[in-house]
Design a binder for this molecule. Structure first.
Ligand SMILES: [Zn+2]
Length: 476
């Protein structure tokens, strides 16, 4: 079993109070009538810990030291809920689901949350919000209040309140005082009732800026050279929720000049940008990415942004647009920057056409940054790295996540994107034509930094933890 697989049994969580777990930084492992097994930090003074814990529990204590990063991860995973400043309280909605909803949405927005989940189980109904990618429980709702709340949301989103067996999607334009933004609503019938997810969309793109997303200076230079070319395809790859769209919007902002005609087809339109013609995808009426692209070409565009290339038809339309002198920006679902090439050829695009149109390929991931208020400085032992990872800077100290009221006891606050940027030059283009996938040597010569290398830079600079970038180092 690798350390990453350590999971605690939920029924064991109550052996320790939240205070005990956080104070001693220990977690329940196993128990017999006279013995309690606990995970502790490998840097802990075990004798001191044993002495105190044996008094507290009146049991023989057996400690199993594991890396501090693991303790931090497990503490925030299992001992977060009760620890957060606002305890999950059972709320009674009384007669105002309106107020409850208003408050909830405003609160989520002010916490920079991206989604609100309202869900029902056999014995409880709860509200969770997602902050920096992590779900945090906010409140429990009485079962009898739940239907009224869901109905209210459906009314706001102009959905059919009598339909409770099929999924529905809608949109709310939320206005309160000086705030105004759109919310995408998704209703899903589950075993115990309807689950609702509210995605809070950012209507204001003025704050996003290419310089602050996470690019290194070197990568940003390369990226901008591609984005400023008059034609070709610039593709960003990465899993869902890796911030690809934000990078594209920041790019569009930069390209948004009076002299350019910019068209976008998106699902959903996440930000609105003044001066750009944005179209919402609507597959139910036959307006898909490919159909929109076809129509765009008759609209004399300079720059086209396509939300995602996910089928052959869209890929071919994007290639056609690029070949006829347009700059096409889009995202694609692959794991690596170079993987984009094989993804396109797998979709049936001829390597020759990929070679002639692809101008820049980018991979990106989001990593959480350590909370500056509570991160802790510790000695670092290089045996903590994944085996195949060879650091190019020696690290002797590092920061680990802790948790405080500023970060909802998660130890993290805010996120940055980690990038890998490959500008396609003539030589690389020739490799694409020849179907050569093994181009690592050529990328090194060009100084291309991999996702792992750029992630490591955030770690060595003390901005994030080893645990947070660990999955990226595995692909070193
Ligand atoms: Zn903190």
């Amino acid at each position: 079993m690798s350390l990453n697989d350590i999971n605690l049994l939920t029924e064991n969580i109550h052996w320790l109070t939240m205070d005990q777990a956080w104070h001693y930084r220990v977690l329940p492992k196993g128990r017999t009538s006279e013995r309690l097994q606990l995970y502790c930090e490998d840097s802990a003074d075990e004798n001191e810990l044993l002495a105190e814990l044996e008094v507290i529990f009146g049991l023989e204590i057996v400690l199993d030291p594991i890396p501090v990063t693991q303790i931090a991860r497990l503490l925030s995973k299992y001992y977060l809920k009760d620890n957060a400043p606002q305890d999950s309280k059972q709320v009674t909605l009384s007669k105002t689901p309106d107020d409850f909803l208003n408050n909830l949405i405003q609160e989520a927005k002010s916490l920079k949350s991206s989604d609100i989940h309202i869900e029902t189980y056999e014995n409880k109904c709860r509200v969770r919000i997602r902050i920096d990618g992590m779900m945090i429980e906010r409140s429990l709702i009485k079962r009898e209040d739940y239907p009224a709340l869901i109905n209210k949301i459906k009314i706001y989103a102009k959905l059919d309140i009598t339909e409770k067996r099929l999924p529905q999607d809608g949109r709310i334009n939320f206005k309160h005082q000086d705030q105004q933004f759109d919310i995408r609503v998704s209703v899903l019938p589950t075993l115990h009732g309807e689950k609702v997810v509210l995605r809070l969309l950012n209507n204001d793109a003025t704050k996003i800026d290419l310089n602050s997303l996470g690019f290194s200076t070197f990568d940003l230079d390369n990226y901008l050279q591609g984005a400023k070319r008059p034609n070709g395809i610039l593709l960003i790859s990465g899993p869902t929720g890796s911030g690809k769209t934000t990078t594209l919007y920041a790019t569009l902002k930069l390209l948004n000049k009076e002299t350019r005609n910019i068209l976008t087809i998106e699902d959903p339109v996440e930000y609105t940008l003044e001066g750009i013609n944005q179209v919402q995808l609507k597959e139910s009426i036959g307006l898909g990415f490919a159909e929109a692209l076809r129509a765009f070409l008759r609209q004399d565009p300079d720059v086209i942004m396509v939300g995602e290339i996910r089928d052959t038809e869209t890929a071919n339309m994007a290639i056609r647009a690029a070949l006829t002198g347009h700059l096409v920006l889009s995202t694609i679902h692959t794991n690596s920057a170079w993987g984009t090439v094989s993804r396109l050829t797998d979709m049936g695009v001829h390597p020759f056409l990929v070679a002639n149109t692809l101008n820049t390929t980018v991979a990106q991931r989001l990593i959480r940054l350590l909370c500056p208020e509570c991160k802790q400085f510790r000695d670092f032992d290089s045996s903590l790295y994944p085996k195949q990872f060879k650091p190019y800077v020696e690290i002797t100290k590092h920061y680990v996540a802790n948790g405080c009221e500023h970060c909802y006891f998660t130890g993290y606050k805010g996120r940055k994107a980690v990038y890998e940027v490959i500008p396609i030059d003539q030589e690389l283009s020739a490799e694409i034509k020849g179907g050569n996938m093994n181009i690592n040597g050529m990328l090194k010569e060009r100084g291309v930094r991999t996702l792992a290398e750029n992630a490591f830079n955030f770690f060595s600079a003390g901005q994030t933890s080893l645990e947070e970038i660990y999955p990226l180092l595995l692909n070193y």
